[in-house]
Design a protein around this ligand. Structure first.
Ligand code: NDP
Length: 435
């Protein structure tokens, strides 16, 4: 805390892990006296750099770029890039730290990292985004590579940005390699990668519900966000017979008591991915839908809640409202969307709660599958990748049960995910010595 006291999000993420992992370390001789957690919280490398670029009117702008290379004990650094004005070292360190455990849980050989910039793509032209991405990559390319560090997308970095970033990497390094994931299908991307985080979150929740002999069929589902994760979580819920009644963005949420259907979801995908519009337009377009400006969807009664927007978007007051309204299952699609107090409230009420590092790991797992396909220079079918994704989500669920099941029959998925993720990385670090 003395070293990182000015980084609240990072402290929050570390505290959550420490609460469950420190007692485990104390009970297991091999980790005693090795300061293993202290080594894990210090990034192996933290890179910060200037990104200068020129806008359409010829004005020069300067943003700050980052790459946090957190832990490479079990594989090359792997984790997304986030472009958002709120990006700072604390947020990226929290994300990189979470990523280490998440990647370990996927069963694939990937270390953890995260990066990005305080650049805001909103309101920028395609050309401006391209110039920014190219400028960003001219520096980042020194630090990454298919066997060193393989970035991907995150908030504000979708297929358009990955394309611009990949193009500049290829030009400078003069090599076509799987240095980024989330690529287009015709140039090395994997099928199902765009869908993977949202689908995976729903597969994970489905596994949780199975432990209570329940399913998505006929359940009312509240989703926040309307970006990549939210869109595909909604799609999978619909396929499994659930009813999605909300979506949101940073301006407010829409409530559609009839529930979304394919046509409505197609409208949202076009609105957000092509026209880059606001979710409020949904209520203008579809009769009966309501728009609640400046609010979050947690006040709407539901069986299942899937927070898929951003960190700390669901606090303890929201948790209490969800519980009062009968919510029985919360699975995080976003990274750390629930505050620590909200998670405690869910645990106290003994409902099903999945932390993002377990439930949203399907995205990075499929990125891992993209890396494998790139190395083999082959492309698996949609069905093959989806089957592997389903299996991985089931394996992660099993690991959470193995380490998180309590004597009273309640599964603490936070504890399960933290310990299962920790063990693999810690064992590799011990084997490799003090480096
Ligand atoms: P997108 O940029 O596609 O969408 C983000 C969504 O969240 C948008 O609807 C955005 O609204 C909303 N949002 C962003 N910031 C805020 C805020 N401060 N308050 C309320 N809403 C906000 O990102 P993704 O869908 O890719 O990512 C969403 C979350 O999932 C993030 O936490 C990310 O780290 C996590 N994640 C993503 C993975 C992936 O594969 N994409 C993998 C694993 C985790 P607006 O348009 O108004 O900004």
């Amino acid at each position: 805390k003395a070293r990182n006291g000015h980084e609240p999000e990072f402290i929050q993420a570390v505290q959550e892990v420490a609460e469950t992992v420190i007692p485990y370390i104390a009970q297991h001789e091999i980790y005693n006296g090795k300061n293993i957690l202290l080594r894990m919280v210090e990034p192996e490398r933290l890179i910060s750099f200037r990104v200068a670029w020129v806008d359409d009117s010829g004005e020069i702008h300067v943003n700050r770029g980052y790459r946090i290379q957190m832990n490479s004990a079990i594989g090359p650094y792997k984790g997304g890039l986030r472009f958002h004005p709120t990006v700072n070292a604390s947020i990226l360190k929290f994300l990189a730290f979470e990523q280490v455990f998440k990647n370990s849980l996927t069963t694939l050989p990937m270390g953890g990292g995260k990066g990005g910039s305080d650049f805001d793509p909103k309101g920028k032209s395609d050309d401006e985004v391209m110039r920014f991405c190219h400028a960003f990559m001219t520096e980042l390319c020194r630090h990454i590579g298919p066997n060193t560090d393989v970035p991907a997308g995150d908030i504000g970095v979708g297929s358009r940005e990955i394309g611009f970033l990949f193009g500049m990497y290829k030009k400078i390094r003069n090599e076509f390699t799987g240095v980024l994931t989330g690529k287009g299908l015709s140039w090395g991307g994997s099928k199902i990668r765009p869908e993977a985080t949202g689908y995976g979150t729903v597969y994970f929740a489905e596994n949780m519900m199975k432990t209570k002999d329940e399913s998505f069929e006929g359940k009312t589902v509240v989703i926040s966000g309307s970006g990549n994760v939210a869109q595909y979580a909604a799609e999978k819920v619909l396929q499994l017979g659930g009813k999605v009644i909300t979506l949101s963005d940073s301006s407010g949420y829409i409530y559609d008591k009839e529930g979304l259907d394919k046509e409505k979801l197609d409208f949202v995908m076009d609105l957000k991915n092509n026209r880059r519009g606001r979710i409020s337009e949904y209520a203008d377009k579809f009769k009966g839908a309501e728009y609640h400006k400046g609010k979050t969807p947690w006040e709407v009664a539901c069986d299942i809640a899937l927070p898929c927007a951003t960190q700390n978007e669901l606090d303890v007051d929201d948790a209490k409202v969800l519980l009062k309204n009968g919510c029985k299952c919360v699975a995080e699609g976003a990274n750390m969307p629930c505050t620590a107090e909200a998670v405690h409230a869910f645990h106290d009420a003994k409902i099903l709660f999945a932390p993002g590092k377990a439930s949203n790991a399907g995205g990075v797992a499929t990125s891992g599958l993209e890396m494998s396909q790139n190395s083999l220079r082959i492309s698996w079918t949609r069905e093959e990748v989806d089957e592997r994704l389903k299996d991985i989500m089931e394996d992660i669920h099993d690991s959470c049960i193995e380490y998180g099941m309590e004597e009273n029959g309640f599964c603490n998925y936070v504890k399960g995910a933290n310990i299962a993720g920790f063990v693999k990385v810690a064992d590799a670090m011990l084997a490799q010595g003090v480096i």
